[in-house]
Design a protein around this ligand. Structure first.
Ligand code: HEM
Length: 489
């Protein structure tokens, strides 16, 4: 139960916690939380394997809150909201603590030392002064400490802009670490990740900030919602473009997207972003014209939950090795099967669940007999999991065709599930689809049982969400699919 006394911002921020189990589950199934012994390499203690991603998660969340709260509280609103900028300053304190904790965690990971021994002054000094990673950390620590201090002193727009500049620089420096900093296309990778992180931060933190503000200042609601809606649109476009550019520098085509863990996580993120775009589009249509702050906060609750999951997947992505390249013989991962056959179609069907977006021809095709579509999606998943996307066509073309086939059949199933007789098809898919995935994994086990189980759970969650979309579409007159309008063949 969420205590009723919590402020709107605090209650919404709790949604971001959804990222923690997601992050840990992904890393656990990829084996990134268990100690491994490779001859000649230091053994990283388990405390560090758990601590580092959790610390990165805190860092990313705190950075997002700082950016969003300063942008909204200091610059976007008709007058300064001192409460929001002070909250930004508090979030900067959490960010600072996460950066300080990153120092011993990084020493421990690089040298394979227990955490307690990773605070030795000589080693810490060497890391911070002699390595690029350490120098970036020092720059971030100084900038974030200044943000935490100056946040209390924001007096006007100019100070807010200066603090925002420092926070943006500190957040963007993360782009020089990790995979981007190590990548051959160093500059493009770092710049695109820099922009990606800023857009994500302003969007996520800004949404929470604007909800928190309008619940306390109803007079500002219409203007604040209108302005934030435009800002959010820009952030989404920039986020998607920078994310795709960054991904294209690490993944050499669709084949790697669907045959590797790294690619699968990118697919999952893109799907989550698509779902967020649908939410945002509905917000724009319903909340922006009316300035209805209660609806804004209600929608924002779901959005922040999805953003939290996307942030969890992002940190897992940054802890996963980018693929070396797909080769003929590689299998489609169970996760990619779940995302392509059920995740993407769920978002597509949900987006079209209104009167305008509904493809009537597809409803006509699926309305009378939805069950065969549930069988088809399970059979195709089995076939695609068993068949290697290579052959005569070449791995790239085969991967594109396999992805399109999975999405098309999955979409037909999702539309059938949302139709007047959809429930039996949903139940059938909930039984057949995980069984198909499991059977396929038995015949040629290239992934661990945990990976297949997680993919199965994601698929089942998507099937479950179809029930939710059905209910909402039927109870909400704005998106209702009127069964009588669908001529049954
Ligand atoms: C089309 C959708 C997206 C794509 C293709 C994408 C792609 C990427 C890539 C390739 C990285 C670099 C990971 C690495 O270092 O190896 C990244 C990092 C990141 N992304 Fe995205 N992303 C997308 C959507 C999102 C969304 C919706 C959010 C949040 C709301 C987000 C937040 C982040 C964050 C915070 C990081 C940095 C993680 C860290 O280093 O701790 N991304 N993204």
């Amino acid at each position: 139960m969420i205590p009723a006394r919590l402020s709107t911002g605090a209650r919404l921020s709790l949604g971001l916690l959804a990222g923690v189990p997601v992050l840990l589950l992904i890393l656990a199934t990829l084996g990134a939380l268990s100690q491994t012994t490779v001859e000649g390499l230091p053994v990283v203690p388990w405390q560090t394997l758990w601590g580092l991603p959790l610390d990165r998660w805190v860092r990313d969340i705190a950075a997002s809150l700082v950016l969003g709260f300063v942008v909204v509280g200091g610059l976007l609103l008709p007058r300064l909201d001192h409460r929001l900028v002070r909250l930004a300053s508090l979030a900067a304190l959490a960010w600072l603590i996460a950066l300080l904790a990153q120092v011993p965690l990084t020493v421990s990971e690089l040298l394979g030392r227990p955490l307690v021994d990773s605070l030795e002054p000589q080693i810490v000094a060497a890391l911070l002064t002699q390595t690029q990673l350490g120098q970036i950390l020092v720059a971030q620590i100084v900038l974030v400490a200044l943000v935490a201090l100056l946040g209390w002193a924001i007096l006007g727009r100019v100070t807010a802009a200066i603090v925002l500049g420092m926070a943006a620089a500190a957040a963007g420096l993360t782009g020089l670490m990790g995979h981007s900093g190590l990548h051959a296309g160093h500059t493009s990778a770092s710049v695109s990740l820099f922009i990606h992180l800023l857009a994500a931060g302003v969007w996520v933190g800004g949404l929470i900030a604007v909800c928190s503000h309008v619940m306390r200042h109803p007079d500002d609601a219409a203007l604040a919602i209108r302005r934030f809606s435009t800002l959010a649109l820009v952030c989404v476009i920039v986020l998607a473009e920078s994310g795709l550019l960054n991904a294209s520098l690490r993944v050499d085509g669709v084949a790697s997207l669907i045959t590797t863990a790294y690619g699968t996580l990118i697919l999952a993120k893109a799907t989550l972003l698509a779902a967020l775009i649908v939410f945002g589009w509905r917000q724009r249509r319903r909340v922006v014209p009316t300035g209805d702050r209660v609806s804004l906060v209600r929608f924002a609750g779901y959005e922040v939950l999805l953003m939290g999951i996307a942030l969890g997947v992002s940190v897992a992505l940054s802890r996963t090795a980018p693929p070396a390249g797909a080769i003929p013989g590689d299998h489609i991962t169970a996760g990619a099967l779940a995302v392509l056959a059920l995740g993407v179609p769920l978002v597509m069907a949900w987006a079209g669940a209104g009167r305008q977006g509904r493809p009537a021809w597809l409803h006509r095709l699926t309305a009378a007999y939805p069950e065969p579509f549930a069988v088809a999606v399970a059979v195709l998943t089995y076939v695609m999991a068993a068949i290697v996307p290579s052959g005569l066509l070449g791995i790239g073309v085969a991967a594109v065709l396999a992805s399109l086939a999975l999405i098309a059949v999955g979409w037909a199933f999702a539309v059938a599930a949302l139709g007047p007789r959809g429930l039996p098809a949903i139940v059938l898919a909930a039984v057949l689809w995980p069984a198909a995935l499991w059977l396929a994994s038995l015949s040629d086990p290239v992934e661990t049982g945990a990976q297949v189980a997680l993919a199965g759970a994601v698929g089942l969650a998507c099937i479950g969400l179809l029930v939710v979309v059905r209910r909402t579409a039927r109870s909400d007159p704005a998106v209702a699919v009127a069964p009588e309008e669908v001529p049954v063949a």
